[in-house]
Design a protein around this ligand. Structure first.
Ligand code: ATP
Ligand code: MG
Length: 183
């Protein structure tokens, strides 16, 4: 699975519908302080199911919705969509058949979020399950933020094991086992 496109609308500073094509294996996003570079990473975390406002650099979940500027009124809804190329079929199970996989999250100011997988409404869990064991996810290691390298180096053995299990693709099976045992 390879990220192809990021679409945002009403998310933080991206009030107008914006499409960001990810055209190569290495791209850089540059711009002056405060122009919205980190907001793009927040959007990627948010659509994958992040539920902590703090991890999205806000005080409340409504802080991800465009809250107005000198020239623009606030809006009532935020939307982020990620489109993945899955032509190699690397998304497992029932998703292997799709050459493209799109995940979307929408939220209004009431705090309610709706999730979609290939345009069909789904649960948050369907999205987190899709990425479990791939290294991609709201908290997974594919997003290396400031301070994370130090956190990995200084991690306690059990936390370090968590990173290794995610990299090895084991966490998916551990989670399923945990769910089965809890039934
Ligand atoms: P730096 O180079 O300093 O890291 P950056 O490009 O990463 O900057 P961001 O942190 O992505 O910048 O963007 C910050 C900007 O986003 C601020 O101007 C802030 O006002 C704006 N912003 C954040 N949340 C919202 C919101 N809910 N509505 C409108 N604007 C917002
Ligand atoms: Mg930044």
């Amino acid at each position: 699975m390879r990220l192809k496109t990021i679409r945002l609308s009403g998310f933080k500073s991206f009030v107008d519908p914006t499409t960001i094509p990810i055209t190569g294996n290495l791209i850089g996003i540059v711009g002056p302080n405060g122009c919205g570079k980190s907001n793009i990473i927040d959007a990627v975390r948010w659509v994958m199911g992040e539920m902590s406002a703090k991890h999205l650099r806000g005080d409340s979940m409504a802080d991800v919705i465009f809250n107005g500027s000198n020239a623009r009124k606030p809006v009532g809804k935020a939307m982020v969509e990620l489109v993945f190329d899955n032509s190699d079929g690397s998304a497992g199970g029932q998703y292997a058949q799709y050459t493209e996989i799109a995940i979307k999250r929408e939220a209004g100011r009431d705090g309610q979020s709706d999730y979609f997988l290939n345009k069909t409404r789904c649960r948050r869990k369907d999205i987190t399950d899709l990425f479990l064991g791939t290294g991609l996810g709201p908290r997974a290691y594919s997003i290396i933020e400031q301070g994370m390298v130090t956190r990995i180096i200084e991690a306690k053995p059990e936390d370090l094991r968590g990173f290794i299990e995610e990299a090895a693709g084991i966490s998916r099976y551990k989670e399923r086992r945990r769910e089965t045992e809890n039934r």
